[in-house]
Design a protein around this ligand. Structure first.
Ligand code: GZL
Length: 335
């Protein structure tokens, strides 16, 4: 009796083990299958220097999510190109499927992108441009036409001064530049320089580095105010710089904006920037759209199907003033 009882028990244990192991193996295989199906994207981001940059990161994080079949690896370079290069090398070691690069500056990418090419990993560049000897080092670029943004700002200033009957008056312009060598800085600067060349009555009162941050711009504008620098217009190459300029002006009791002594021109058109615009503190805010996540996803979808995406994709952009803004419009925007 005992023996047959034992035999039944051994049989029951074996059957249970088979079921459990069989289940484990299949769930392990299932996990491996799932991992095989995930598209692994390695994203190297500039940093978190501005509201624009935060929105850009959020767009990427919201797009490359697990439930849509992606695994996103993310590195914040804290505004250092060396950190971006290290991140790209790490993504190559991790054998990601795609590398997405938001380059802090245009140059210095040839060597590391050659390593990505030799590892057969497509590189998609977002936002700012890169300048490489061999264009095949990147598969596609999506971003803004920064020169066009600068031209939009200059055309608006021409019209505004004409409207005020000041088209022949001497106009003192303070130029606050973004990160030196970034496409956004190069393009927006080129736009202003063309305006200064075209209008002999437009004078460059000062050119300072605001590094796209509020803190740095506050510091340099405060310094100019304390030196007594004359200023009719402050041309800020992004919203956070405009916030810093306004902070310094208000601290020194200098009025700015639509009813003030100093006109403020800005770029990005973030929700915070547009709020300043609606309040009349910023005269003009030129849009620079950071929502590149879905655009990159559509480029990857093309590549996954063996299609060839356009090499360059310029996103269309506009500009805002108090006159064409409303709180509803600001509330409806994604960033
Ligand atoms: C522009 C982007 C710039 C933004 C800044 O596309 O590179 O960098 O204008 C950001 O706000 O820091």
């Amino acid at each position: 009796m005992k023996q047959s009882e034992n035999r039944w028990k051994i049989l029951a244990v074996c059957l249970t083990l088979t079921a459990v192991l069989g289940g484990c193996i299949s769930s392990e295989e299932e996990t491996q299958d799932n991992e095989k199906d995930m598209i692994v994207v390695g994203f190297s981001e500039v940093g978190a220097e501005s509201d624009w940059r935060v929105a850009n990161t959020e767009s990427m994080r919201n797009t490359f999510v697990e439930e849509d079949g992606y695994e996103l690896m993310f590195e914040d370079a804290k505004q250092k190109q060396d950190n971006q290069i290290a991140a790209i090398r790490n993504y190559i070691l991790q054998e990601v499927d795609y590398i997405v690069l938001a380059p802090i500056v245009e140059t210095g990418w040839d060597e590391v992108l050659l390593e990505a090419k030799e590892a057969h990993i497509p590189v998609i560049v977002v936002d700012r441009m890169i300048s490489v000897a061999d264009e095949s080092l990147y598969t596609a670029w999506v971003g803004s036409d920064f020169r066009a943004e600068g031209d939009m700002a200059v055309e608006w200033l021409e019209e505004k001064l004409k409207e005020q009957g000041r088209e022949n008056e001497e106009i003192q312009i303070v130029h606050v530049q973004g990160t030196e060598g970034a496409s956004a800085q190069l393009g927006r600067t080129a736009g202003l320089e063309a305006g200064l060349k075209k209008h002999s009555n437009w004078k460059l009162a000062a050119r300072v580095m605001g590094e796209f941050t509020q803190a740095k711009t506050y510091e340099v504008i405060l310094d100019l105010l304390e030196k007594g620098t004359e200023m009719d217009v402050i041309y800020c190459e992004n919203d956070n710089s405009a916030f810093g300029a306004i902070q310094a002006l208000e601290e020194k009791g200098v009025s700015c904006g639509t009813d003030g002594d100093v006109m403020i021109i800005s770029f990005d058109a973030t929700r915070a920037g547009l709020t300043y615009c609606l309040e009349g503190k910023i005269n003009l805010d030129v849009e620079c759209n950071p929502l590149h996540g879905p655009r990159v996803a559509s480029i990857i979808a093309q590549l996954e199907k063996g299609e060839v995406p356009d090499k360059q994709w310029f996103v269309s952009e506009t500009y805002f003033t108090k006159e064409n803004l409303s709180q509803d419009l600001i509330d409806s925007r994604e960033y």
